[in-house]
Design a protein around this ligand. Structure first.
Ligand code: ADP
Ligand code: ASP
Ligand code: MG
Length: 411
């Protein structure tokens, strides 16, 4: 008998039929002799709708009340799933994050788990019930309801899998696993049977929404086996493993991210300490700077560009405005029409041609590269946002990602 923590995303519990299918799925697992703990997201797009509603009602949207509001979505879904199980003759009980034992810090909208004591979940399992836990939520030391942030239900599932010593954490979603790129963008994107934690972390850090990055970090640090799979079929999905890709692919995936903007501080003095002052000021203003490029200096002046999340532009603008004179800058320009396209693969470490092929492919498709950054297993390029999907498709084809790794010809 194995124990599985199974998390169902929004689409997978999106309507009454889908909820009944989750109950059927659990019935089959139980018949097989397995024990199941369920974690559910809010139905469909309910989280987005609740946030929109709050923004129509309030300008301030205070964190404490937002968390109370948003977590209601998951609470509703877990009660409904539990009722559907009951109808199938399966004993079940729903639990809020707090009832499931999630103690968090007090950072509303982005709470971190401090402790997890799932004794009520263990009791329910011992009594033969299927616990259904509302995802992405807990209770703070101040006894307030807290929300883990977007995609937090994946983190709830991984944390429970670890605390309960589950055999695997299964993340059920609306696609059959982790793909070589977003299947909505490239029709022949290929489902990967396995991916390493290293590669998946780079993917989730550069725009792949599934699974949420925090949950992948947690799974890795706690040694939780992750299986990303389809809620609509029994086909095995993608196993996330510690070792490098068993398939020995040079390149595993292409991702894209349109959530960042580019800011350029132009004409700054080219002298020691300028970059330090700029980025210290941004750090103090809690701006998350990512890629940085400094242009060749001309006549003692240079341009510094960096990327940052869209929603931090005005904060960054204010912070930089306060020091433009000291920096000697003549203009600060924010550009939110950019996208970052990234190539990810553990095999690129030992294959020197990858960057060249990436840049040639973009150039052959008339796509200009505005910034470049690399890690040992990733190359990212900033391009115009309107060209992002074309760039993804071209790179996916150039690296033959639609083929199984053993069928790809040398690049
Ligand atoms: P859930 O609500 O189940 O947690 P999300 O909607 O957050 O799931 O993420 C699933 C979506 O992520 C899929 O519908 C898919 O279009 C998109 N996606 C983007 N890139 C990838 C990728 N490389 N592999 C799998 N899915 C991806
Ligand atoms: N429903 C929340 C969201 O959409 C939490 C989650 O599903 O992980 O972000
Ligand atoms: Mg989601």
């Amino acid at each position: 008998m194995a124990l599985y923590v199974q998390k169902f995303g929004g689409t997978s519990v999106g309507d009454p039929d889908r909820i009944r299918e989750v109950a059927d799925h659990v019935a089959r697992c139980r018949k097989r002799g397995d024990e199941v703990v369920l974690v559910v997201s809010a139905m469909g797009k309910e989280t987005d709708e609740l946030i929109r509603l709050a923004e129509q009602v309030s300008r301030a949207t205070p964190g404490r009340e937002m968390d109370m509001l948003i977590t209601g979505g998951e609470r509703k879904a877990c009660a409904l799933v539990s009722m559907a199980l009951h109808d199938k003759g399966i004993e079940s009980a729903s639990f809020t994050g707090s009832q499931a034992g999630f103690l968090t810090d007090t950072t509303h909208r982005n709470a971190k788990i401090l402790e997890l004591n799932p004794y009520r979940i263990r009791e329910a399992l011992a009594a033969g019930r299927v616990p259904v836990v509302g995802g992405s939520q807990g209770v703070s030391a101040d006894n307030d309801v807290t929300f883990f942030g977007r995609g937090g239900s994946d983190t709830t599932a991984v944390a429970l899998a670890h605390a309960l010593g589950a055999d695997a954490c299964e993340l059920y979603t609306d696609v059959p696993g982790v793909f070589t790129t977003d299947p909505r963008v490239v029709a022949d994107a290929r489902k990967m049977d396995r991916i390493s934690f290293d590669e998946l972390l780079e993917m989730t850090a550069t725009g792949c929404p599934k699974p949420a990055m925090r949950s992948v970090e947690l799974a890795r640090s706690r040694g939780v086996t992750l299986h990303v799979r389809s809620a609509f079929s029994w086909v095995p999905g993608t196993w996330v493993t510690e070792e490098a890709s068993m398939e020995r692919a040079i390149i595993s995936a292409v991702t894209h991210d349109t959530s960042e903007a580019k800011m350029t501080v132009s004409g700054v003095s080219d002298r020691p300490g300028v970059a330090a002052q700029l980025f210290r000021t941004l750090a103090d203003a809690e701006v998350n700077v990512d890629m940085i490029v400094q242009n060749v200096s001309e006549e003692g002046r240079t341009d510094i560009s960096f990327t940052l999340p869209h929603e931090q532009i005005s904060r960054a603008d204010d912070a930089v405005a306060a020091i433009v004179d000291e920096l000697g800058s003549d203009a600060v320009i924010a550009d939110d029409d950019i996208a970052r396209v990234s190539l990810i693969g553990a095999g690129m470490k030992s294959n020197p041609g990858v960057a060249a092929t990436m840049f040639e492919t973009l150039s052959d498709n008339g796509i200009n590269i505005e910034m470049i950054s690399t890690s040992a297993i990733r190359i990212s390029c900033v391009v115009r946002q309107a060209q992002a999907e074309a760039a993804v498709a071209a790179l996916h084809a150039a690296f033959q990602l639609e083929k199984a790794p053993e069928d790809r010809t040398d690049i």
